[in-house]
Design a protein around this ligand. Structure first.
Ligand SMILES: Cc1cc2nc3c(=O)[nH]c(=O)nc-3n(C[C@H](O)[C@H](O)[C@H](O)COP(=O)(O)O)c2cc1C
Length: 158
């Protein structure tokens, strides 16, 4: 049975709220979803999941170092996430404050692991974004992303 993990770092709670909405979207597809703050994730745990969604606040246009640290530690099992599904989301303070570059940095690391990435032709194309705390538009896009990625995981790992 496919299992998914939503990992986030959040200092003031905005990315955490997004992570909760992403996990809700996954569960709507009847896929098991664990929701964990990055400090609670041991790198090898990633191998237990068929789908991994990562959320970060935008820090100078990229992910928080706590998440980068996790990706850097994952080099010890490089190649073993090949074919798993990945996605990313981010909260920034400003419109055009770098939330899309943050998402793309996370997706870059996932692609280097060999993970499968799905864009979205509607709404938030690269991954869900919020300006500050997620409003209803952002929450809907977080849920939509969780549900879409869960559907893909079910297809690939029936
Ligand atoms: C060190 C640091 C760097 C930041 N860099 C940016 C930035 O480049 N662009 C931006 O729009 N917001 C930036 N912010 C604001 C956060 O991305 C924003 O407040 C976000 O909603 C925080 O998410 P959180 O509540 O999950 O911690 C930065 C905040 C901090 C603390």
């Amino acid at each position: 049975m496919a299992k998914m993990l939503v990992i986030y770092y959040s200092q003031s709670g905005n990315t955490k709220k997004m992570a909760e909405a992403v996990a809700e979207g996954i569960k709507q597809q009847a896929v098991e979803a664990d929701l964990k703050e990055v400090k609670a994730v041991k790198p090898e745990e990633l191998l237990e999941y068929q789908g991994i969604i990562v959320g970060s606040p935008t820090y100078y246009g990229t992910m928080a170092y706590q998440l980068k640290e996790l990706f850097d530690a994952s080099v010890s099992f490089h190649g073993k996430l090949d074919g798993r599904v990945g996605a990313a989301f981010s909260s920034s303070a400003n419109i055009a404050g770098g939330n899309e570059t943050t998402i793309l940095d996370i997706l870059n690391a996932m692609l280097i692991h060999g993970m499968i990435i799905q864009g979205d032709p509607q709404g938030d194309h690269y991954g869900a974004v919020a300006i500050g705390a997620p409003d209803s538009r952002s929450k809907n896009n977080c849920m939509r992303m969780g549900a879409r990625i869960a559907k893909l995981v079910k297809k690939l790992f029936p």
